[in-house]
Design a binder for this molecule. Sequence first.
Ligand SMILES: [Zn+2]
Ligand SMILES: [Zn+2]
Length: 136
Amino acid sequence: MTNTLSGSCLCGEIAFEIENQFDNFYFCSCAQCRQITGSAFASNLFAKTTGFRWTKGEEKVKRFKLPNRDIAKTFCPNCGSGVPKISADGQSVMVPAGALNGEPQMPLPKRIFQRERPNWATYYEAYDAFERFPLR
Ligand SMILES: [Zn+2]
Ligand SMILES: [Zn+2]
């Protein structure tokens, strides 16, 4: 038995549902993911498209493809959030984990392209942690 997760962009114009069953979970620190997310790494789940469907705004999904590279980003043109990306062959879907409204039944994540990880993110887990902005 599998359950279903919903997800959306921040403004809600694009939404989707997916079977809570994923094949891979990658934290990718490559330079392209750093720039595409504006963060230390991208957190992407991978699944078969059979369990995936758009529930809102599929026609609004914007796609940026890096010329001469097999790198693309799909996002909401209204709020800029990353949204799921269907592979070129239509067989698999990459889901930005942060777009999900629930917890994925996850395969153990793998950290990839670690040599491209920025120095400021190297000791992430060791830095002081707070529930909110720290008081001054
Ligand atoms: Zn949006
Ligand atoms: Zn990457």
